[in-house]
Design a protein around this ligand. Structure first.
Ligand SMILES: Cc1cc2nc3c(=O)[nH]c(=O)nc-3n(C[C@H](O)[C@H](O)[C@H](O)COP(=O)(O)O)c2cc1C
Length: 194
Protein backbone atom coordinates (compact mmCIF):
# COMPACT_ATOMS: atom_id res chain seq x y z
CA UNK A 1 0.00 0.00 0.00
CA UNK A 2 0.99 3.63 -0.27
CA UNK A 3 1.61 6.00 2.62
CA UNK A 4 1.33 9.37 0.88
CA UNK A 5 2.41 12.86 1.82
CA UNK A 6 -0.13 14.59 4.06
CA UNK A 7 -1.84 11.32 5.06
CA UNK A 8 -2.74 11.40 8.79
CA UNK A 9 -0.70 8.20 9.23
CA UNK A 10 2.38 9.78 7.64
CA UNK A 11 1.87 12.82 9.85
CA UNK A 12 2.46 10.87 13.07
CA UNK A 13 6.24 10.97 12.63
CA UNK A 14 8.17 13.65 14.51
CA UNK A 15 11.49 14.58 12.94
CA UNK A 16 14.17 17.21 12.97
CA UNK A 17 14.70 19.26 9.82
CA UNK A 18 17.95 19.00 7.90
CA UNK A 19 18.89 22.09 5.92
CA UNK A 20 20.68 20.47 3.00
CA UNK A 21 23.19 22.76 1.34
CA UNK A 22 24.80 21.98 -1.98
CA UNK A 23 26.85 23.56 -4.73
CA UNK A 24 26.71 22.38 -8.32
CA UNK A 25 25.20 23.17 -11.70
CA UNK A 26 22.49 25.23 -9.97
CA UNK A 27 24.97 27.20 -7.86
CA UNK A 28 24.79 27.33 -4.08
CA UNK A 29 21.46 25.96 -2.86
CA UNK A 30 19.59 24.95 0.28
CA UNK A 31 16.53 22.77 0.84
CA UNK A 32 14.62 21.52 3.90
CA UNK A 33 14.59 17.76 4.55
CA UNK A 34 12.59 16.14 7.33
CA UNK A 35 13.92 12.75 6.25
CA UNK A 36 17.39 13.31 7.63
CA UNK A 37 18.76 10.36 9.61
CA UNK A 38 21.83 9.17 11.46
CA UNK A 39 22.80 5.75 10.01
CA UNK A 40 26.18 4.83 11.49
CA UNK A 41 28.53 5.95 14.28
CA UNK A 42 31.79 4.52 12.87
CA UNK A 43 32.14 5.91 10.33
CA UNK A 44 29.61 8.70 10.85
CA UNK A 45 27.04 8.25 8.12
CA UNK A 46 24.00 10.47 7.63
CA UNK A 47 21.21 9.93 5.10
CA UNK A 48 18.79 12.28 3.42
CA UNK A 49 15.82 11.05 1.37
CA UNK A 50 15.00 13.42 -1.44
CA UNK A 51 12.45 13.56 -4.22
CA UNK A 52 14.41 12.75 -7.41
CA UNK A 53 13.45 16.01 -9.15
CA UNK A 54 14.86 18.28 -6.44
CA UNK A 55 17.51 20.74 -7.61
CA UNK A 56 19.58 19.60 -4.65
CA UNK A 57 19.83 16.05 -6.07
CA UNK A 58 21.32 17.36 -9.32
CA UNK A 59 23.80 19.49 -7.39
CA UNK A 60 24.92 16.62 -5.15
CA UNK A 61 25.21 14.12 -8.01
CA UNK A 62 27.65 16.47 -9.70
CA UNK A 63 29.72 17.67 -6.73
CA UNK A 64 29.54 14.47 -4.59
CA UNK A 65 29.31 16.50 -1.39
CA UNK A 66 26.70 18.30 0.70
CA UNK A 67 26.08 19.97 4.03
CA UNK A 68 23.53 19.02 6.66
CA UNK A 69 22.72 21.80 9.11
CA UNK A 70 20.05 20.77 11.59
CA UNK A 71 17.57 23.62 11.78
CA UNK A 72 17.47 25.28 15.22
CA UNK A 73 14.21 26.20 16.95
CA UNK A 74 14.77 29.91 16.18
CA UNK A 75 15.19 29.25 12.44
CA UNK A 76 11.65 28.38 11.30
CA UNK A 77 11.77 31.00 8.50
CA UNK A 78 14.87 29.31 7.18
CA UNK A 79 13.07 25.95 7.01
CA UNK A 80 10.05 27.47 5.29
CA UNK A 81 12.07 29.32 2.63
CA UNK A 82 14.46 26.40 2.01
CA UNK A 83 11.49 24.01 1.80
CA UNK A 84 9.01 26.24 -0.02
CA UNK A 85 10.93 27.36 -3.11
CA UNK A 86 12.97 25.50 -5.71
CA UNK A 87 16.59 26.34 -6.41
CA UNK A 88 15.72 25.93 -10.09
CA UNK A 89 13.84 29.24 -9.94
CA UNK A 90 15.14 31.08 -6.88
CA UNK A 91 18.50 32.00 -5.39
CA UNK A 92 17.40 30.98 -1.89
CA UNK A 93 20.83 31.57 -0.35
CA UNK A 94 20.92 35.27 -1.28
CA UNK A 95 17.25 35.69 -0.38
CA UNK A 96 17.96 34.18 3.05
CA UNK A 97 21.01 36.43 3.50
CA UNK A 98 18.75 39.41 2.80
CA UNK A 99 16.36 38.04 5.43
CA UNK A 100 19.23 38.17 7.95
CA UNK A 101 20.52 34.57 7.95
CA UNK A 102 24.22 33.89 7.74
CA UNK A 103 26.29 31.21 6.03
CA UNK A 104 29.94 30.21 6.20
CA UNK A 105 32.16 28.15 3.91
CA UNK A 106 32.58 24.51 4.93
CA UNK A 107 36.09 23.45 6.00
CA UNK A 108 36.18 20.16 4.12
CA UNK A 109 33.63 20.75 1.32
CA UNK A 110 33.00 23.54 -1.21
CA UNK A 111 29.53 24.09 0.19
CA UNK A 112 27.99 26.79 2.38
CA UNK A 113 26.85 25.85 5.88
CA UNK A 114 24.14 27.57 7.96
CA UNK A 115 25.34 29.67 10.88
CA UNK A 116 23.40 29.12 14.10
CA UNK A 117 22.19 25.58 13.32
CA UNK A 118 22.09 23.04 16.17
CA UNK A 119 24.39 20.67 14.27
CA UNK A 120 26.49 21.31 11.17
CA UNK A 121 27.79 18.22 9.41
CA UNK A 122 29.88 18.37 6.25
CA UNK A 123 29.40 15.24 4.14
CA UNK A 124 31.06 13.51 1.21
CA UNK A 125 28.65 11.41 -0.87
CA UNK A 126 29.12 7.78 0.23
CA UNK A 127 26.29 6.07 -1.64
CA UNK A 128 23.09 6.78 -3.54
CA UNK A 129 20.23 4.29 -3.29
CA UNK A 130 16.70 4.63 -4.69
CA UNK A 131 13.94 3.52 -2.33
CA UNK A 132 10.45 3.76 -3.86
CA UNK A 133 9.80 7.33 -4.96
CA UNK A 134 12.75 8.87 -3.12
CA UNK A 135 16.51 8.85 -3.56
CA UNK A 136 18.53 8.26 -0.42
CA UNK A 137 21.84 10.09 -0.49
CA UNK A 138 24.15 8.81 2.21
CA UNK A 139 26.96 11.09 3.30
CA UNK A 140 30.10 10.22 5.21
CA UNK A 141 30.72 13.01 7.69
CA UNK A 142 34.04 14.77 7.09
CA UNK A 143 33.59 17.50 9.68
CA UNK A 144 30.89 18.23 12.28
CA UNK A 145 30.26 20.81 14.97
CA UNK A 146 27.33 21.18 17.32
CA UNK A 147 26.00 24.31 18.97
CA UNK A 148 25.23 23.59 22.64
CA UNK A 149 23.15 26.75 22.93
CA UNK A 150 20.72 25.72 20.20
CA UNK A 151 17.97 23.11 20.22
CA UNK A 152 16.87 21.28 17.10
CA UNK A 153 13.54 22.34 15.63
CA UNK A 154 10.95 19.54 15.59
CA UNK A 155 8.57 18.90 12.67
CA UNK A 156 5.29 17.00 13.07
CA UNK A 157 1.93 17.09 11.29
CA UNK A 158 3.10 19.94 9.04
CA UNK A 159 3.90 22.17 12.03
CA UNK A 160 7.03 23.29 13.85
CA UNK A 161 7.49 22.32 17.50
CA UNK A 162 10.08 22.80 20.21
CA UNK A 163 11.57 20.06 22.36
CA UNK A 164 10.16 19.59 25.83
CA UNK A 165 11.67 17.01 28.12
CA UNK A 166 9.48 14.55 30.01
CA UNK A 167 10.50 12.99 33.35
CA UNK A 168 11.73 9.41 33.15
CA UNK A 169 10.08 6.94 35.55
CA UNK A 170 11.28 7.11 39.16
CA UNK A 171 13.67 4.67 40.82
CA UNK A 172 10.86 2.63 42.40
CA UNK A 173 9.05 2.14 39.06
CA UNK A 174 12.32 1.31 37.30
CA UNK A 175 13.07 -1.33 39.95
CA UNK A 176 9.65 -2.96 39.60
CA UNK A 177 10.06 -3.02 35.79
CA UNK A 178 13.47 -4.64 36.26
CA UNK A 179 11.96 -7.27 38.60
CA UNK A 180 9.29 -8.14 36.02
CA UNK A 181 11.91 -8.35 33.24
CA UNK A 182 14.02 -10.68 35.41
CA UNK A 183 11.00 -13.00 35.71
CA UNK A 184 10.91 -13.12 31.89
CA UNK A 185 14.65 -13.50 31.30
CA UNK A 186 15.36 -16.05 28.53
CA UNK A 187 17.61 -18.91 29.57
CA UNK A 188 19.31 -21.44 27.29
CA UNK A 189 16.73 -23.97 28.54
CA UNK A 190 13.57 -22.05 27.76
CA UNK A 191 14.63 -20.08 24.63
CA UNK A 192 13.29 -22.86 22.35
CA UNK A 193 9.91 -22.85 24.10
CA UNK A 194 9.34 -19.10 23.58
C1 LIG B 1 9.65 21.25 6.73
C2 LIG B 1 9.91 20.67 5.37
C3 LIG B 1 10.44 19.40 5.24
C4 LIG B 1 10.70 18.84 3.99
N1 LIG B 1 11.24 17.59 3.90
C5 LIG B 1 11.54 17.06 2.68
C6 LIG B 1 12.14 15.77 2.58
O1 LIG B 1 12.40 15.09 3.58
N2 LIG B 1 12.46 15.30 1.34
C7 LIG B 1 12.18 16.03 0.20
O2 LIG B 1 12.48 15.56 -0.91
N3 LIG B 1 11.59 17.25 0.27
C8 LIG B 1 11.28 17.78 1.49
N4 LIG B 1 10.71 19.02 1.57
C9 LIG B 1 10.44 19.77 0.33
C10 LIG B 1 11.70 20.43 -0.27
O3 LIG B 1 12.45 21.11 0.72
C11 LIG B 1 11.25 21.40 -1.36
O4 LIG B 1 10.66 20.68 -2.42
C12 LIG B 1 12.37 22.28 -1.90
O5 LIG B 1 11.79 23.29 -2.69
C13 LIG B 1 13.40 21.54 -2.73
O6 LIG B 1 14.38 22.45 -3.07
P1 LIG B 1 15.36 22.31 -4.31
O7 LIG B 1 14.54 21.97 -5.54
O8 LIG B 1 15.98 23.68 -4.42
O9 LIG B 1 16.35 21.24 -4.02
C14 LIG B 1 10.42 19.59 2.81
C15 LIG B 1 9.85 20.87 2.94
C16 LIG B 1 9.60 21.41 4.20
C17 LIG B 1 9.02 22.79 4.31
Amino acid sequence: MDLPWGDPRSNKFATSIGLITSNGPHGHNIMACEWTHHLSYRPGLLAVSLGPTKTTVENIRMSKEFGISLCASDQTILASVAGGYSGRHYDKINALKELGFQFYHGDSIEVLMVRGASLSAECKLFKEVTFGDHVMLIGEVSDAIHNSEKESLIYNNGKYWSLQSIEKSNQETRQSIKDILEKHRKTPNNIDEI
